[in-house]
Design a protein around this ligand. Structure first.
Ligand code: ITT
Length: 204
């Protein structure tokens, strides 16, 4: 899906952009990915909790960005992302961050569920949403990254399911990639790349 751009008519005065996320791995990626946009990236206040009760990645991305924008009266960007595994009927999907209590246990659960399974196909997906200070959706973008779930985790970088996701074209796991390579092929990197020109425009 190509990015959907919504008109934002007012002259921009404020350069602040809240990152509506509490995931440290994502935050590190966004800091680099947004480094060419002339905005000040602010982190979501600890006191602000957004319940992710949507039924799609898009619903949750919109909910996170619009709530943070409305409560801070500032532009915000959010993504809802996850890993969808073919042999598990698309699970963990929107429940990727809640599949077990921490990254290690989530990986263990996936590997157990895929024990003896031949079909290891999977994709990561990221649905990004940008909202204006009144909570209106002004930009949306989505991208996927295809690969396979490997049985023995490899690599030390990244976060989440990175050590068990081997990206198709490089045959490297996300955890074996440096930032530049991951950003060039990851779901988040590709979804954000599509909307960088629009973000530059908003904050020009
Ligand atoms: P925020 O909502 O606060 O941003 P979260 O971790 O809850 O943090 P999501 O609801 O979007 O974020 O869940 C995404 C989960 O999918 C994340 O916690 C990881 O387990 C997994 N995930 C997403 N992108 C990933 C990536 O690039 N590498 C590894 N795992 C990823």
């Amino acid at each position: 899906m190509g990015p959907k751009i919504y008109k934002f008519g007012k002259k921009l005065i404020m350069r602040n952009l809240f990152l509506a996320s509490k995931n440290k791995g994502k935050i590190e990626e966004y800091k680099k990915l947004l480094s060419t946009v002339n905005c000040t990236l602010l982190l979501q206040p600890d006191s602000l909790e957004v319940e992710e009760d949507g039924l799609t990645f898009r619903d949750n991305a919109i909910k996170k960005a619009s709530e943070v924008s409305r409560k801070t009266n500032t532009f915000s960007i959010a993504d809802d992302s996850g890993i969808c595994i073919e042999a598990l009927d698309g699970k963990p999907g929107i429940y990727s961050s809640r599949y077990a209590e921490n990254d290690q246990k989530r990986i263990e659960r996936v590997l157990k569920e895929l024990d003896g399974v031949q079909n290891r196909s999977a994709f990561f997906i990221a649905n990004i949403c940008v909202c204006s200070p009144n909570g209106e959706v002004i930009i949306e973008s989505e991208a996927k990254c295809y690969g396979n779930i490997i049985s023995n985790p490899r690599g030390k970088g990244g976060f989440g399911y990175d050590p068990i996701f081997e990206e198709s074209s490089t045959r490297l796991t996300f955890a074996e990639m440096n930032n530049v390579i991951k950003d060039s092929c990851s779901h988040r990197g590709k979804a954000l790349k599509k909307i960088i020109p629009d973000l530059r425009d908003i904050f020009s």
